[in-house]
Write a protein that binds this ligand. Sequence first.
Ligand code: NAP
Length: 303
Amino acid sequence: MSHKRPTVAFIGTGVMGAAMARHLLDAGYPLVVFNRTKAKAEPLLDAGAIWAGSAGEAASMADVTITMVGYPRDVEEVYLAPGGIIDQAPDGALLVDMTTSTPTLAVRIAEAAAARGLAALDAPVSGGDVGARNATLTIMVGGDAAAYERALPLFEVMGKTVTLMGGPGAGQHTKMANQIGIAGTMLGLIEALQYAKAAGLDLARVHAALSGGGANSWSWGAYGPRILAGDFAPGFYVKHFVKDLRIALDEARTLGLALPGLGLAERLYARLHESGGAELGTHALWLLYERGEQAAPVDHAGD
Ligand code: NAP
């Protein structure tokens, strides 16, 4: 059967993309890969993927192109720059951006793709590095139903809960709602454990006891144990969460919606980012509180 599967180009083989691409390879999809730093694609190449010299070249070799890069500027570059994916994808190809990016850029890409006879979806994910490794991601999709049906077998290889949310940009809007929710659960996790520590409680016992209670959340379960172990490696980079919180604040402003809790999370994470935490995982917000820097006035232009 595997020879009948469409060839997939996968651009961006970092923390998330490498694991997601590996599932596609294991499921029998012929895979072409490109990543800015080639070393991060080596395990996939060793497992049988083919290297391409650029994002556009990878797309030119594939029926479906999937991108999982870092920031909206990276998405814009790989899709819309001269010689990029839109320029080089073969007629009729399907393009799927799984990066957390802006709804506006998703609409621009969908329009540019349609003008060239290509189909495009925005399909950001939730579930973290663990979800990528275990193929249990939640995938939120924006685009038309026919393109969604084409992509669904691939989504089902990488994720568990896959939902078409609406037209272009609807996946990214849904992801922003998710990030707003996570901003709250991360602050809840950190502040609950900080309080327990200040009260002289045993943190491991508090974490275990409350795991069956109302304070439990995905963040509580995924990141509590890493905080207790003093392991602040990403996971989910602080630099990417700051990006997401700012996209969400911008979109809320455009919608005329005040979200003060989101604003507070952005200020705290911006402070962590500026004090050397950009490359740590989001649960490293714990360290800001450990240093007593959460109480200092944080004044950010983005607020
Ligand atoms: P990451 O490890 O930084 O992966 C991004 C990869 O894209 C990197 O390997 C990077 O190359 C590559 N890249 C960036 N620009 C490129 C370009 N122009 N051409 C080719 N490759 C390019 O980040 P990640 O944690 O996998 O996250 C990826 C996206 O998923 C982000 O938007 C993030 O917000 C989102 N996300 C992450 C998580 C999570 O828990 N980690 C969960 C949900 C969503 P280099 O190797 O050179 O840096």
